[in-house]
Write a protein that binds this ligand. Structure first.
Ligand code: E4P
Length: 226
């Protein structure tokens, strides 16, 4: 499973990219608002840090406007994927943009039917929102599994991105389901790399190594005395 970072923060993108694990980035208007800087310049900078797809969301509501905005967003960099909310207008715009070779990430997907339609419209990515389904007492991971199964029955290129991830178990389950990609907030990414036994193991190895150096020093001193 490939890992995307779900963030519009340049410092988080730089840090995650430096780990060598990052295959792409997703942003949305809420994440952009948190950064408080010009969205397009931030996205351009992110595109220069990450080789893989960087999703930038169109906020227009009609197909004509979404297409125009999508073309503008795609002009920011070669690795832009235009994020478009699912719906009749979004699907129509997705068909036009994907026919022009522009990658679309169909977002705010909550049902198998929406995912089927996104794939039919030529979306390169479809993003089921697991956490928001959990929030309303629905089985987000179950829905994700159904979407991965349904699209997997056909020879289509649409990839599934597990989105709205809230904790490391979401990532583990998404991988076990066979999801193509998980887009992970930085706080969750930090939790994924942590394990108390790793910390304990490193501390133990270091102290044993230092004890060995002290012993070798003693042996050298004894040999020098002879
Ligand atoms: C990513 O594509 C989504 O916009 C994001 O994962 C939504 O996450 P949230 O439900 O925590 O806002």
């Amino acid at each position: 499973m490939r890992i995307f970072l779900d963030s519009a923060s340049i410092s988080e993108v730089r840090e995650a990219a430096s780990w060598g694990i990052l295959s792409g980035v997703t942003t949305n208007p809420t994440l952009a608002a948190k950064e408080g800087r010009d969205f397009r310049s931030a996205v351009k900078e992110i595109c220069s840090i990450v080789d893989g797809p960087v999703s930038a969301e169109a906020i227009s509501l009609t197909r004509t406007e979404i297409v125009a905005e999508g073309i503008e967003l795609a002009a920011i960099a070669d690795n832009i994927a235009v994020k478009i909310p699912v719906g009749p207008e979004g699907l129509a715009a997705t068909r036009v943009l994907s026919d022009r070779g522009i990658h679309v990430n169909m977002t705010l997907v909550f049902s198998v039917n929406q995912a089927i339609l996104a794939a039919a419209a030529g979306a390169a990515f479809v993003s089921p929102f697991i956490g928001r389904l959990d929030d309303i007492g629905t089985d987000g991971l179950g829905r994700l599994a159904d979407i991965v199964d349904a699209l997997g029955n056909y020879d289509i290129s649409t990839q599934v991105i597990a989105a709205s991830i809230r904790h490391p178990m979401h990532v583990i389950e998404a991988a076990l389901i066979g999801t193509d990609i998980s887009t992970v907030p930085f706080e969750v990414l930090k939790k994924m790399v942590q394990h108390p036994l790793t910390d304990k193991g490193v501390a133990g190895f270091l102290s044993d190594w230092e004890a060995l150096q002290a012993k070798m020093e003693e042996v050298r001193a004894d040999t020098a005395d002879v």
